[in-house]
Design a protein around this ligand. Sequence first.
Ligand code: FAD
Length: 511
Amino acid sequence: MQASNSFHLSQPNATGTEDFPAEVFRLAVEQAAIAIAITDLRAKIIYVNPSFARITGYSQQELLGQNQSLLSYKVTPKTVYQALWDCLEKQESWSGLLVNRRKDGSRYLADLTITPVLNSAGETTHYLGMQRDVTELHQLEKQISNQQRLMESALDATQAAMVMLDDTGQPLLTNRSYQDLAERLQQDPLPLLIQALQRETPDGFDLPRALRQGFAETEIQLPSRQELPLWLNASGEVIEVKDTSADAYYAKTTRPTLLITLQDISYLKHQQNQLQMTSLQALLAEQDRLQSVREALLGAVFHLERPLNLVNAALRLVGRRDRDENPALLGLLAEVQEAGQEALEQLTRSVPDTSQEARQSVNLNQLIKNTLSLMTPRLLASGVELDWQPQSDLPSIEGRPTALVNLFKQLLDNAVDALVEGRCQQREIRLITRQVTDMVEVIIEDTGHGISAADQFRVFEPFYTSRMPGSGHLGMGLTLAQEIVNNHQGLLEIDPDYVDGCRLKVLLPYV
Ligand code: FAD
């Protein structure tokens, strides 16, 4: 409800109305589509136009001489009438909504404006009332607000967190689960959400593109203070909404909004990870077993080759010099050589193959994290402090996951061994992942005894070990690590300039 200026009966001729025929004024009021009434100062009706009669259901004759309170349906609070009269007494217009009753008893909502009519002396002589029936409009408004409330309750009832973004990326609407998420994260989830989508979407997250085509279900991880990492399944749907600005009234333009739905899949993911870890553990145990058999057999082949070479040499020597003098020795040597060669071939054949798993896209951060989880008991038992520095937006590589887990487990096992054997006071392993031009680099540093300059090439040779005999190490670990890196077209290097222990670098090309 609002107040404004009053209407003067005979204004100075600033607008030229004095020359205007009074009959036109009368006809205009008479034919106006809006309901018009003129009353005396006590609200007794002196004039009503046909529209007034049509809205109220009374005839013009029935209304003349009646008080406007005839229309009052007594549910409008007294204070509203009080405010109305207070305004009129101050010679100000009043506008507001009143519940009116028609002649037939039915009610309607009147949007009413009353203006005091002042004479040339500035005294109020009449009141001019103009009203229209806004019942339908009010019903529509209520329907819309009811629908909105229903929609909000439905959104609040869903377990998925939802946020609707406008075309500038500002949130237009959030549901209760989204607000719970904000409480859980103790910060606005939106920037974290966008960062995570940037990381997980192959070409990065682009709001204008998402506002055109939405985005498919994407698994994202948000940093959480809780024990379990927070995993969400995010999807984006474009919803076109009508532009409500005045400019767009006739143009009927729409604006895209993006409804992002977030399903909490943390528990599912946790279970999946545990299952993955268990099968990885079983796979690694099997590979370890195979590896030991391979190493033992290859060791046997390696150690058999030397005496067999000697027998071959002796056979050639006796064959050249004593062929006729000592045919029995020659025959014996030939027999030994043949038996030895056969044993060697049999041993070589029984060395188990390393199975080649299929290449796939591998997130090295996740893979190393899994490897570290597998190694946690050993790291804890050895009192090793781990400094894990993964690059958050590391590109994925094409690789063989189990072989790569084996590779990093081998290198980390070596680092732990070096720290334990060296009885180091400070037992630290630093693990860094980072992107270097078109490669992903993994750095493994330990504070152990390091590898001497003389050994830096030999450690990659098969069956070379700097450890004590009987330590259980055959010297095949780095050879196999090198083989896995070679199979991935990568590089494995020992940093010759590192003096505080050992620094190994694994470089693997990314897709
Ligand atoms: P009260 O408000 O208690 O009033 C009793 C009588 O005194 C009524 O005749 C009232 O008109 C008059 N009155 C009250 N206060 C004053 C005052 N300060 N100065 C002079 N007279 C006063 N009401 C509606 O419900 N519906 C309408 O469509 C409507 N249209 C109106 C149009 C005009 C141009 C005017 C001036 C008033 C209109 N009113 C309308 C207000 C109406 O006059 C009553 O105030 C209202 O209906 C409350 O009625 P009531 O029976 O509770 O009486």
